[in-house]
Design a protein around this ligand. Structure first.
Ligand SMILES: Nc1nc2c(ncn2[C@@H]2O[C@H](COP(=O)(O)OP(=O)(O)O)[C@@H](O)[C@H]2O)c(=O)[nH]1
Ligand SMILES: Nc1ncnc2c1ncn2[C@@H]1O[C@H](COP(=O)(O)OP(=O)(O)O)[C@@H](O)[C@H]1O
Ligand SMILES: [Mg+2]
Length: 196
């Protein structure tokens, strides 16, 4: 059986980093400057939740506890969104995926190898502060003290190992996201320019 052809050589850039580290904010600026397609796993999931579907209800219950939704669900959603944009996309910013090593392995098997992993790094107390502030306007069920704590614990336990997994390949760029949005973005832009 002919080996299933992987997607044509698209540029995939993963953004990994704790909740509230600034992934979404940086993606908006990358899209404006480079024209990449921004796919946020969280946004795709919240769209499913707001559709009111049965699956959406199950996802909402998981997300409000700050736990990871099933791998296949989030991977299929990203893949579908990618296919829908494939003919016009300049490359994909995958924001919030992988959140555990096996997600990275599955992505590579089913979609393709990433060119860059931007590790958006902020201190725990900075992330808590930003999320509590975001919670004032985001209307998200997971931007509250209790769930933030769970999400941080899960980040350190499951997602930080993802960084080590890709470090070995030399495609990780650590971004200090303690500063202003622009200070963080100048590091992000330098990392992306290094791809050219
Ligand atoms: N002061 C400051 N706030 C930021 C920065 N980046 C993001 N924020 C804010 O912190 C919150 C979390 O940012 P977001 O991009 O949603 O982070 P994500 O959870 O990693 O996707 C939002 O309310 C942003 O406005 C930054 O570099 N400096
Ligand atoms: N890659 C993923 N695997 C499993 N669950 C995910 C993934 N991405 C997002 N989620 C779910 O959606 C929630 C919100 O994710 P996201 O919007 O990326 O958060 P933030 O922007 O605060 O980092 C996560 O806490 C988790 O419940
Ligand atoms: Mg986000």
């Amino acid at each position: 059986k002919k080996k299933k052809k992987k997607n044509p050589q698209f540029t995939f850039i993963h953004l990994a980093g704790g909740p509230g580290s600034g992934k979404g904010t940086q993606c908006e600026k990358v899209v404006a400057k480079y024209g990449f397609t921004h796919l946020s796993s969280g946004d795709l999931l919240r769209a499913e939740v707001s559709s009111g579907s049965e699956r959406g209800k199950q996802l909402a219950a998981i997300m409000e506890k700050g736990e990871l939704v099933p791998l296949d669900t989030v991977l299929d959603m990203i893949k579908e969104a990618m296919i829908a944009k494939a003919d016009t996309s300049k490359g994909f910013l995958i924001d919030g995926y992988p959140r555990e090593v096996r997600q990275g392995e599955e992505f590579e098997k089913k979609i393709g190898a990433p060119s860059l992993l931007l590790y958006i790094d902020a201190k725990a107390e900075t992330m808590v502060k930003r999320l509590m502030k975001r919670g004032e306007t985001s209307g998200r069920t997971d931007d509250n003290e209790e769930t933030i704590k769970k999400r941080l614990d899960l980040y350190y336990k499951a997602t930080e190992p993802v960084i080590a997994f890709y470090e070995g390949r030399g495609i990780v760029r650590k971004i200090d996201s303690e500063g202003s949005v622009d200070q963080v973005f100048s590091q992000v832009a330098k990392a992306i320019d290094s791809l050219k």
